[in-house]
Design a protein around this ligand. Structure first.
Ligand code: ADP
Ligand code: MG
Length: 696
């Protein structure tokens, strides 16, 4: 069977080398299997004919049958369009073409009965259908049932490979081989979740006899997809636990001294719990791969520092990798102070470190005199070698790829160092399972005592004077202010101009206060300089782009004004807001927008005003945007889902994860006869990984 599935698509009847090449490049379909797994993204019911009076704009698509009663060109220039009317016994519907109108006008037959198919829109108060599909009605044509609709690119369409053409191909393929597709899920699981077979699902997703069969096919294929991911991740995790030994850090005198005498504040219960979880890991003799999740401001840094002490107390070195130079600089300044209290050495290494500094760092790392290295991705370069790296802490994981994590592992040739990944991106539980199913997870779910919740408000551009008055009052009370502008890469020049205009107008509005500016195009040294001036309180207002989004900590900054807030995503707004509310004073966040807001934007703004709970915000975000959009999840590759949708299918995800766990509990290597097909499948899909290599 596997040989049939591996057959190149060009060997399917109807696909020549040219079409095959297109399928390869446009849709990444190479084999029969790829084509089978190229699912339609929806099905259209072509058996139903709507009465025109029953049509409303919420219907995804409609089909009507009626007479064409009038055709005319309207408008001029770019607004030119062709309008036609179709009439049945119940009403009249407008049809619109913005392109190709000339051809339609010539070919459409007035006074003839057509079957018209398309998506109804509300335009003003009138319903219309833009670019409908049209076919002259004839009695003897049998009514079509459910039609699969496939995503195709413009290029494919231009070569005649539209959704219908793909449908013909999948139909052929399904008829030829789907019935022979072997089952890969264990029978017990199929029974328990009342799933249909793989073969049946494959047939029905492409060629459904009715709507119920589509649902059954989807349920099966979604479960399969999520289940296979979970099996892979969980197996990987177990494999690591068995095979990767780790350094043991059970000797912690310095940590104890620091904890008793130098801790700048009492840890929250959540911080204490997490430190214990980590300590247990690093005493276990296995390599730790742990994700530390905690909302912005929950105090992850100090936890990271305590973990570094565990390593150093046992004769190892520690490093911390931050996503930006600003953040690395800030961690460096903060941790240097803490480390000095127990006589430890710290250095900073970033892309802009001078050769001279680098040379010293390289030397001190190798001879072991440097205890802690803090920096950016520069730390990953091969030339950076440690005498004995014991733990690596990665701050703000969503900017850090899987490949880079792997690079870290090689920084110690004896055993891979322990890895603690800290993230403030509040990842919804469902997403965390798929993304980080191979990591252990700790959560700081509590804020340090005495924090006042940030008060968030929504203001329109016309309220600007009011907002400025508020800013002035806050500064006079000794506070500092962030004013943030969006920066979107495609339009960098224009965005930068917005920022500079903003900077000038702020300078004009506040001649009495020094104003700083910060954006990604500045040289690292300049950024550093501006940041330091703000940290020291020399500048009162910082006009910035989202370069301050991640991790920056200036407790005296208590007001954040976000300009064009409608242009930011929800989790980004939350991250930004997390830059204030870090000190004892009441903090404020002001979201400035224009008057016209889409429903989606309104929800984002309202959510921000309503809550500061990162997890709640992440859930709304997931629902609004879908998981593919969440920062950094795309490149992870895990979320390359074909049919499941994490926002909608969280229940299936939980069930599939639970059954994957149960299965691996009872048969960790999938060696029982009833799991043999699954094992074979995992082996064939993971040919290059040690985890699934044949056990002899
Ligand atoms: P994040 O989790 O966002 O990285 P930080 O580690 O930067 O948060 O901590 C935010 C602020 O809270 C810092 O100023 C830090 O010193 C302070 N902090 C951390 N833990 C506590 C605590 N238990 N009590 C009081 N302040 C704390
Ligand atoms: Mg942080």
């Amino acid at each position: 069977m596997s040989t049939i599935l591996d057959t190149k698509v060009e060997f399917l009847k109807g696909i020549g080398p040219q079409k095959a090449a297109l399928l390869n490049t446009e849709l990444r379909i190479f084999t029969f299997e790829d084509l089978l797994y190229y699912y339609p993204f929806r099905h259209e019911d072509r058996s139903k004919i709507y009465a025109i009076k029953d049509i409303h704009e919420d219907l995804p698509y409609i089909q009507v049958r009626g007479r064409i009663t009038g055709i005319s060109s309207q408008g001029v220039g770019p607004k030119k369009r062709l309008i036609a009317y179709v009439q049945d016994d119940t009403g009249i519907l407008e049809l619109v073409w913005f392109q190709g109108g000339a051809w339609i006008e010539k070919n459409i037959l007035p006074n003839t009965i057509y079957v018209v198919f398309g998506k109804p829109n509300l335009y003003g108060r009138k319903l219309n259908v833009v670019h409908p599909e049209m076919e002259v009605y004839s009695e003897d044509k049998t009514e079509k049932g459910l039609q699969p609709v496939y995503n195709v690119t413009e290029k494919l369409k231009a070569r005649g490979m539209d959704s219908k053409a793909i449908s013909k191909l999948t139909e052929k393929l399904v008829k030829e081989i789907a019935s022979k597709l072997p089952e890969i899920l264990p029978a017990a699981i199929i029974d328990e979740y009342k799933l249909i077979s793989r073969a049946q699902a494959m047939e029905w997703i492409h060629l459904p006899p009715n709507a119920a069969s589509v649902e059954k096919a989807k349920a099966r294929l979604k479960f399969e997809e999520l289940f296979l991911i979970q099996i892979k991740l969980l197996h990987q995790k177990t494999y690591r636990k068995i095979h990767y030994r780790g350094f043991v850090f059970n000797h912690i005198p310095t940590l104890n001294v620091f904890y008793k005498e130098h801790l700048p504040f009492d840890l929250t219960d959540a911080q204490k719990r997490v430190v214990k979880e980590i300590y247990k890991d690093v005493c276990s003799g296995k390599q730790m791969n742990r994700l530390l999740q905690g909302d912005v401001g929950s105090g992850k840094t100090i936890v990271g520092f305590l973990c570094m002490l565990m390593a150093i107390d046992n004769g190892y070195q520690a490093c911390l990798i931050a996503p930006t130079e600003i953040l690395a600089a800030q961690h460096y300044e903060g941790l240097k102070e803490l480390a000095a209290k127990v006589g430890l050495t710290v250095a900073k290494l970033t892309g802009s470190s001078k050769k001279k500094e680098r040379d010293v760092i390289h030397r001190d790392l190798l001879d072991g005199s440097l205890n802690i290295l803090i920096g950016t991705h520069a730390i990953l370069e091969d030339i950076v070698q440690f005498k004995n790296l014991g733990i690596c802490i990665i701050d703000e994981q969503h900017r850090f790829g899987v490949a880079q994590r792997a690079k870290l592992w090689k920084k110690n040739t004896e055993l891979p160092p322990h890895v603690l990944v800290m993230t403030a991106t509040p990842i919804p539980r469902t997403l965390a399972m798929t993304l980080y199913g191979d990591l252990d997870i700790s959560v700081i779910d509590q804020m340090p005592a005495g924090r006042k919740p940030i008060s968030t408000s929504h203001k329109f551009d016309k309220d600007r004077l009011l907002v400025f008055g508020f800013i002035r009052k806050q500064i006079l009370e000794g506070r500092q202010i962030y004013i943030v502008y969006p920066l979107i890469e495609e339009n960098e020049k224009l965005d930068l101009k917005d920022l500079m205009d903003g900077f000038e107008s702020i300078n004009r509005a506040f001649p009495e206060f020094p104003v700083g500016i910060l954006h990604g195009r500045m040289k690292p040294a300049d950024k550093d300089f501006e940041m330091q001036r703000f940290v020291k309180g020399e500048t009162k207002i910082m006009v910035a782009t989202t370069v301050i989004e991640v991790g920056v900590n200036v407790p005296n900054a208590s007001v954040m004004v976000i300009e064009n807030a409608e242009r930011f995503g929800l989790s980004q707004l939350h991250q930004l807001r997390g830059r204030v509310g870090r000190g004892a004073d009441q903090s404020y966040c002001v979201l400035m927008t224009s008057h016209k807001l889409s429903a989606n934007t309104k929800t984002r703004i309202e959510t921000m005003v309503r809550t500061t709970n990162g997890f709640e915000i992440a859930d709304v975000d997931l629902k609004l945007r879908g998981p593919g959009d969440l920062a950094g999840t795309q490149q992870s590759g895990v979320l390359d889902l074909r049919i499941a949708d994490l926002a909608q299918d969280s229940q299936t995800l939980q069930l599939s994860r639970q059954s994957a766990m149960d299965l691996l509990d009872s048969d960790p290597e999938l060696l029982k006869p009833e799991n043999r097909m699954l094992r074979g499948y995992m082996e064939s899909k993971n040919k290059n990984s040690k985890e699934w290599s044949r056990i002899s």
